[in-house]
Design a protein around this ligand. Sequence first.
Ligand code: 5GP
Ligand code: MG
Length: 481
Amino acid sequence: MHEKCGVVGVSLEDRDAARPLYYSLYALQHRGQESAGIVTHDGFQQHSHVEMGLVGDAFQQGDLEDLNGSHGIGHVRYPTAGGVNASCAQPFSVSFKSGSLGLSHNGNLVNADEVGDQLAELGHAFTSDGDTEVIAHDLARNLLEEDLVRAVKRTMSRIHGSYSLTIMHDDTVLGVRDPEGNRPLCIGELEDGYVLASESAAIDTLDGELIRDVRPGELVVLHADGTGYDTYQLVQPENTAHCFFEHVYFARPDSVIDDELVYEVRRDLGRALWDESGIDSDVVMPVPDSGRAFASGYAEAANEDDDADGVEFAEGLMKNRYVGRTFIMPTQDERERAVRLKLNPIKSTVEDKTVTLIDDSIVRGTTSNQLVQLLYDAGAEEVHVRIGAPPIVAPCYMGIDMASREELIAADQSVADIRDEIGADSLAYLSIDAVAGALSKSKADLCLGCVTGEYPYDIDGEAKDREVDRPAIGTTASADD
Ligand code: 5GP
Ligand code: MG
């Protein structure tokens, strides 16, 4: 199961947490549109509301009023091509002998089956096939024997893979980020409390202040009175495995990840694209909205280049904002129709011009294929395609539902073949080195599985890009900050 989701957790001094959680979920809606949910705790008991659909549809006025308590967590879930599954909607909530637990998970475990089987043998009964429930049961079991921090640490030593979690144990809200830091998670301060969220844009929405990213391998425990938090570096990773695709496509451009504004990273990727494969043309235009920052960086670099003719940066494609997601549609025919529904050329910026079309990524090739044709039909003389990421040659197992190998246009074709297939005059992708450069990271600290076919995790039938000695488990839990 591939879960690319949004998580949030809030602990406030006095005020009910439901409304801030609800607004944060709106801010994280791009991370998941299949279901939305909130679980709160009022000091005595949990309150939960989880529904299929967009945040605005999943909650009605009365629903928020029933969610009492100044502590809570929330979740938006990404739809997967495998089908809609209400039993996997989150937050997952459950009561054990050791107290009540709520969990919101972004990521994907690689050993959930193994841990789940062991727990089932010990008598744990599961209601879903989701890995989040496995984490919940393991944690509940550990909580019978240990304090909260040690229990989380023990669970972290058993589960492998990608997980950014917000957890509520009774009225204590915590955030946990896996040792590889695969998915983002950050912490922010509000006037009357603290917030944990997948992306800083959610903190902005609450008029809060981003404090910093939760570190890979770190546990953050928000004080139940809303006045502070403790942090524990439970696992000390040797290398991280940040998902570069968060910066390229997934995160909001107005979010800050690893101290860098995503928008600026995308502009830098666009600049690098000009440096590596710039080509003179009359106009540079983005595929809206995902190509916009790349195209602006690319055009800026082109216009600063003394050896180039200079280009016009123009909007050449109008997006119909009322058409929803096209990427997830089940058949190729529907996906093609949907691209046409969604985008229409602006003739004056295209006709009789040489055009460079810029997008963040090519997955199946549907978008580029359709758009190149559309631009020719609108009178373009030449269409050059530039892509702000390397060719996607392999699937993602860590939370981005990218389609299977057979569907990936670059899985077994050269760039020249792909150029032929989409019918462009030229096609170039960005190099992996340029991606690492723009992210100011060593390749050893990135998960590059989808562009190299080698993964930082043990995945059945796939190659590994590193010796993963499981990161050392720290022996002491210490509070800092
Ligand atoms: P393609 O049409 O080649 O299959 O997909 C490429 C387009 O889909 C690009 O415009 C890119 O912005 C977008 N895209 C890439 N990855 C994802 C994803 O995981 N989900 C969704 N919804 N869109 C994606
Ligand atoms: Mg796009």
